[in-house]
Design a protein around this ligand. Structure first.
Ligand SMILES: [Zn+2]
Length: 187
C-alpha cells in the first residue's frame, strides 16, 4: 500500500465503500483513487484483486462511481433515480464476467476473468449497487449528516438512526466541533 495517498474508508458495503473513494464531496473533495495503481489497491482490499489497470479503466471506474453516488443519493432522498446514472450502472453490471465461487471453508469469493479483470471487478461493484439501491438488503440508504460530506451510506444499525458515513472521521469531527462550540462560551 502506498502511504503517500489518502487512506481508504472501507465500510461493509462494497458499493458505498466505492463511492467513499471520493470524500468531502461538498467541501474540499479528497480523491482516494487518484491513480490506476490506487484503484488496484482498493480492488485488492475489497476482495477483487486485478493484475493491472489502465488510465482509461480508472476513468471508467470513476464514471461508475459517480453514477452509483447519484443514484444512491436519490434513493436516500426518496427521489426518482437519474436515468443516466441507472443506465451507466446497468451497463457496467452487464459487462463483466465475474463468478461467485465458494472456498473450501464455505466463504464466497469472486473469480474474475484473466483478460478483462477491471471490467469484471466493476461489474461486481455495479451489481452490489443494484442490490443496495433496489432495497434488497437489510438496511437503509442515508446521507451523511456532515455538511461538507453528504456521502451516501448504508445504515444497518438496529435502530436505523446512524447519522454519519463513518464514525471515525465525519462522526468524530462533528463531535469535536460541538465540544469546541460548547466550551468557547466558558473560556
Ligand atoms: Zn461523511
Amino acid at each position: 500500500m502506498s502511504a503517500r495517498f489518502p487512506e481508504f474508508r472501507l465500510g461493509e458495503v462494497l458499493a458505498t465503500s466505492f463511492t467513499g473513494t471520493l470524500s468531502e464531496r461538498q467541501g474540499d473533495p479528497v480523491e482516494r483513487i487518484p491513480t490506476p495503481e490506487r484503484l488496484v489497491d482498493w480492488l485488492t482490499v475489497s476482495g477483487l484483486a486485478v493484475g493491472s489497470c489502465t488510465t482509461a479503466q480508472l476513468e471508467r471506474a470513476r464514471e461508475l462511481r459517480e453514477s452509483i453516488h447519484a443514484a444512491a443519493t436519490a434513493a436516500a432522498l426518496h427521489e426518482p433515480l437519474p436515468a443516466s446514472a441507472v443506465r451507466v450502472i446497468n451497463d457496467y453490471s452487464a459487462r463483466g464476467r465475474a463468478a461467485a465461487v465458494l472456498t473450501p471453508e464455505g466463504e464466497r469469493r469472486w473469480r474474475l476473468g484473466a483478460t478483462s479483470s477491471v471490467e469484471d471487478a466493476l461489474s461486481v461493484v455495479a451489481a452490489d449497487a443494484v442490490g443496495v439501491i433496489a432495497g434488497e438488503r437489510d438496511g437503509r440508504l442515508a446521507l451523511c449528516a456532515s455538511p461538507t460530506c453528504r456521502a451516501a451510506f448504508f445504515d444497518t444499525s438496529q435502530s436505523r438512526t446512524r447519522r454519519w458515513c463513518d464514525m471515525n472521521t465525519c462522526g468524530n469531527r462533528q463531535k469535536k466541533a460541538r465540544f469546541n462550540a460548547s466550551h468557547r462560551g466558558t473560556t
